[in-house]
Design a protein around this ligand. Structure first.
Ligand code: TYD
Length: 131
């Protein structure tokens, strides 16, 4: 499975760094929702779901965390520890997030508003749906 990472240009100068996220420039979908995960407790695993339609882009803007992605056939893991890189998560991708550093701030952009009906929270159901 190919991990889809987007490189963001960093506008750095002597004052510090800035990254801009903009539809069609570096974000391949219209952003309808933004959320961020922080203050995550040690040894916590989050996620444990897939989405039927939703596309998301995850950016670890501070600290680090690990993503496990599973398309039903293959799994792969990636550590996000760079605010200049975004992980694109397509629909029907099971995800688990772990190994959060204490200072981790995980920013997520989504192409739809929150909709519980779009979640697949049962792994066996997910496997059936992708087979
Ligand atoms: P949850 O789906 O458990 O987070 P994750 O699987 O990414 O670790 O979400 C935690 C709570 O936040 C849950 O009660 C649903 C709520 N929530 C929203 O209200 N809006 C959102 O955009 C998201 C992602 C979650």
């Amino acid at each position: 499975m190919d991990i889809q990472l987007i490189d963001f240009q960093q506008h750095g100068d002597e004052r510090g760094s800035l990254v801009s996220l903009e539809y069609e420039k570096n974000i391949p979908f219209k952003i309808k929702r933004v959320y961020y995960i922080f203050n995550t407790k040690e040894n916590v695993i989050r996620g444990y779901h897939a989405h039927k339609d939703l596309k998301q882009l995850a950016i670890c803007i501070k600290g680090s965390c690990e993503f496990l992605l599973d398309d039903g056939k293959e799994t792969c893991s990636i550590v996000l520890d760079n605010p200049n890189k975004g992980l694109l998560i397509e629909s029907f991708m099971w995800r688990e997030m772990s190994s959060f550093s204490q200072d981790c701030v995980l920013l997520v952009l989504a192409d739809e508003v929150y909709n519980e009906m779009d979640y697949v929270r049962d792994y066996n159901e997910f496997k059936k749906m992708v087979s």
